[in-house]
Design a protein. Sequence first.
Length: 367
Amino acid sequence: MYETINSSVNYGGLELKNRIIFAPTTFGLSDEEYFEKIRRIAAGGCAMVIIGDVPVGKSMIEKSLFDKKGFAYYQKLTEIVHSYDCRICAQLHQSDSNMLAMLKYVPGVLTKKISMQELRPLLNAEVAPYISKLSVKKIKKITDGFGKAAELAVKAGFDMVQVHGDRMCGSFSSAVFNKRTDEYGGSAENRARFAVEAVKAIRSRLPELPIDYKLAVRQEEPHYGNAGVLESELGVFVPMLVDAGVTSFHVALANHSSLEDTIPPANHPYFKGQGCFLKYCDEVRQFTDKPITGVGGLTDPAFVDDQLASGRITCAAMSRQLLADPEWPNKVAAGQLKEIHRCVRCNRKCLGGLQQHQGTHCIYEKG
C-alpha cells in the first residue's frame, strides 16, 4: 500500500529513504522545546527535515552558524535528526527587513498599539526602498555569505542546503519590490541575478553539495504573493537557477502577503483544496527535469501517493500535518491509516500560536 510514498529516491544527489519531507517551519520555542519537536518529527519516519531560516551571516536575532554557540546549536540538531536515519537540510536565508526601519515600530509593538498582524504590512512597505538602495558591494558580500554559510552547514553535519527563494532572494526577484535600475533590476534576467549569484557562491565552494531552491511563485488573477517569481517569468528564472547549480526545487506560493495565504486554512477562498500549491509545480516542470517537492495542505496518503506515482512531484513536504501527527510516515508505512491524526487546517495553534507569541503547536497536543 502506498508504495511510492515509501520508496527511496535520489533527490538532487541526496538519497532519501522515502518521499516525505518536513517543510521549513518557524516555531518560536525555547531551544529544548524545539529540539524535542524536531526529534519527534525525525523519529516519526520522514526522510528529511528542513531547518528553516538559517542566516548567511552573523546575527543578533537568529541562531547563526558563524558563532560558536550557534554552530553548536545546529550541530546538535543534525545529531538528533541523523540518529533516526533521517537527512537534514539547512535553509539558508538573508532577511530583506530593514532593521533600522523596524526600530521605529518597536514601541508600538511593546505597548500593543501595533498588533503582529498590523506590523507585517508596515514591514513589507520597507522592503522595496531597502533592497532597491543596497550597494553592489553589500550585495556581493551577502551573496558570498551563502557560500560561506553552506560550508559551515556541511561542517555542522547538514546533508543538503536550501536557498530560501523568498526573503531577499524573493524580493530581488519581484518587480513589486525591486525598483533598481542597475544590473540587479529591471528585466527578469537582472532580477534573477541576486539568487543566481547566491547559488553560484555555494556551488563554487562545494562542487558536489546538493542544492535545493525554495522557489516562491507569485500569481496574478487573482493576485497572491508579492515577493518571488511571477508565473510568466518561470521560464527565465528556472533555467538560470539550474545553470547556477540548483539540483532540486521546493515549490510554494510567494510570501510578503497575508500569512493565511501562504499557510492557508481549510476555508481559504482560493487555496482551500488539498495540494493547493501543486499547480505551481506543474508550471515549474515545464522548464526542468530536476526533482520537485510540492507543498500545500497535503494530508491524505492516497492523494499524496497519487501525486508522487504520477510524477507530478518527486517528494511531498508537510509542516502542519507532521505537527498534527509526527508519526504520519511510520503509520502510512505500517498501514495504520485509521490511527493518523489528520491536520484539519484550522491554524488555531500552529499559525495562531505563533502569532500570539505562544509558539507553534497543534490542537492535538495534550497538556
